[in-house]
Design a protein around this ligand. Sequence first.
Ligand code: NAD
Length: 253
Amino acid sequence: MSRRIVITGGGSGIGLAIAKRHLAEGARVAICDEDISLVKRASENYEIAISFCADVSDSNQMKDFHNNIIDEFGGVDVMYANAGVGGPAGPIDEIDHNEWKRCVEVNLFGAFYSASWASGIMKAQKNGCIIFTSSTSGLFGVPNRSPYVAAKWGIVGLTKSMAMELGDYGVRVNAICPGAVSGDRMKRVLSMESKASGISEDNLRRVYSEGTSMRSFVSEENVADMAQFLASDQASMITGQAMAVDGYTERTV
Ligand code: NAD
């Protein structure tokens, strides 16, 4: 039977790259995204079984998405809790409290709602795999990005605790920690960080790239390679890990 794959934030970027990989293997794929235009575009262009518009930080909307998956798939083999937002940039004493909260709600609570639901299903199945998208911001500190960093470190804590809870049920839990990924999102992040720090976007881009051993940004495909590996039988003894795909970060901003 073809594998059943669920991806939050699957309408663009890393989530869509992962969706395409699994579709190419013949898997059945369900995605959700809060942006209706991205949901429509994905369902028009790819053979995605379920394309759903939902905000990961809204547990009721996510319940509807999850119920749809059970109706259609009857279970889930791989859950990617991938959706995330960059959140605000600014000094810790000036950052807007509501924006701080929203960033943590989407990145951490959102990941928790899907992972918690998938855990129940996978425990009953006695197999499955949960993969979070954290970030190198979940491995280091980043000045002026406190809510994003706190949420992404939170995901690593969730990964390690869930791996210990679920190992007895044959369920693996890992996090991928991408470095700076080429694409629109990183352009938005650089513009925001430049305003908060006073460092030009070009200089920040250089720091991100030159601060890695490979002197490069990573691609969505690099992240999808890791995702496909972690979801495969080749990774059957890998759990509780935060796997960086970053060209090895030597220095942070
Ligand atoms: P992206 O903006 O291309 O994709 C994120 C997707 O999530 C978008 O389609 C967006 O509409 C969706 N989304 C945002 N908020 C949502 C919500 N509340 N509910 C449902 N969907 C929502 O960016 P990406 O780079 O593909 O990001 C994917 C993940 O990778 C995120 O968790 C991000 O934090 C993480 N990440 C990205 C980078 C990078 O440099 N791009 C680096 C490290 C980690």
